[in-house]
Design a protein around this ligand. Sequence first.
Ligand code: ATP
Ligand code: MG
Length: 449
Amino acid sequence: MNINIPSAPMGLIHRLNGAGYEAYVVGGCVRDAIMGRTPSDWDICTGAMPQQVIDLFSDYSVAKTGLQHGTVMVIEDGVGYEITTFRTDGAYSDHRHPDRVEFVSDLREDLARRDFTINAMAYHPERGLVDCFGGREDLAAGLVRCVGDPDQRFQEDGLRLLRALRFAARFGFQVETETGAAIHRNRSLLDSIAVERIFTELKGFLVGQGVAPLLREYRDLIAQVLPELAPMFDFEQHNPHHCWDVWEHTVRAVEAVEPEIALRLTMLFHDSGKPDCFSLDENGVGHFYRHGHRSEELAAQMLTRLRCDNRLRKQVLLQVRTHDQPLPQTEAAGRRFLNRMGEEGALRSLAVHRADMQAQAPETWPEKQALLDNAENILRDLLAKQACFGIRDLAINGNDLLTLGYRSGPALGKELNRLLEQVLDGTLANCREALLKQGEKDLVTQERS
Ligand code: ATP
Ligand code: MG
């Protein structure tokens, strides 16, 4: 096993070694390098005590925010490298934080405190791989397995329940059987974990390539965090558009959409309001009138609880609310759609409709596909033409209206909106001349009335 360590972390290891301290790259970077992925960051563990690390790198700029956990961040060329003293974690009486960390001299003890075998390997450029828990074998088999007794490890830190799913989703791995059983058994531990940490892991999980089978198998864990989703489980739709229950449809829709977090959250939430809106007509066909609205309410509730940032929240709620509204089929409708949704929102909406369709009964696809393709052509065309969708895009502004003789104040905005309406309808061209002419006409009309 040979890992190519970049020169910066290699230099840090050599300096530590030269001063008589053990040092390895460890954790995620070793895992990623073995998998042939490019590690996002190179973490180092060492037998040196934190103060010794600080002294040894006194000619570097260092950040000491992680010092209570034994971490010194050494900054080289603007990149931070975490150098962490070998440590064990003491008892976890709150299922979240070790009561104290203890520095140790043995690498093996440091590896033993790590969450999963694939994350518990270290590597030294001359000594090679240190893999005490079968991490390499589990990587090859595609398994996420706790280091040690899974019940105990989850009880130490409940966040590991979600971390297990996040790593499994990211790599398309399975959760090893014993670890998986412990996840189900210990799911209530999530109740005592800070929502910010939960949401970070949940987002990482949702954008993973292998999320679908895990959403099926661990829906109890998902419902522990998002109980609003549970009514979808096994909820039959009784509708010719659908051949799957609401949860299975949801899982397929999440999988079908691009792995962008706003889109993945949208698909997860988009039909959550269906169970509340269900009705059966005289022919035995199921309907879900206004479920987009109800789904939006539930999504808002969930995102509030998760302390989702405002930007992401807005993006998701817009898509959830509009997911079952028809896409524009004419240029004028396309311009109005872009005005309402914005460019980013409109393109996301195409993705949402496509994923939703792909999670519905295949015999209904061709008709939906045609509408989708048409809408996509219209929207891409308008965007390529840089057509006008908002007041900002009009070829004139308020100052031009003042020059025409309009009075400053609300009348300006009103007239700009009036002109925009006509441009959106396609009855007025978005060019200075035409707009000024129409503006002049409107002014005369207004003065007469
Ligand atoms: P990523 O690529 O997502 O950063 P990573 O493996 O580097 O993956 P981090 O959260 O950055 O994950 O953590 C670095 C390492 O620290 C992990 O590989 C693991 O060995 C250990 N670790 C992190 N969080 C925990 C935890 N909650 N319990 C036990 N070990 C942990
Ligand atoms: Mg990392």
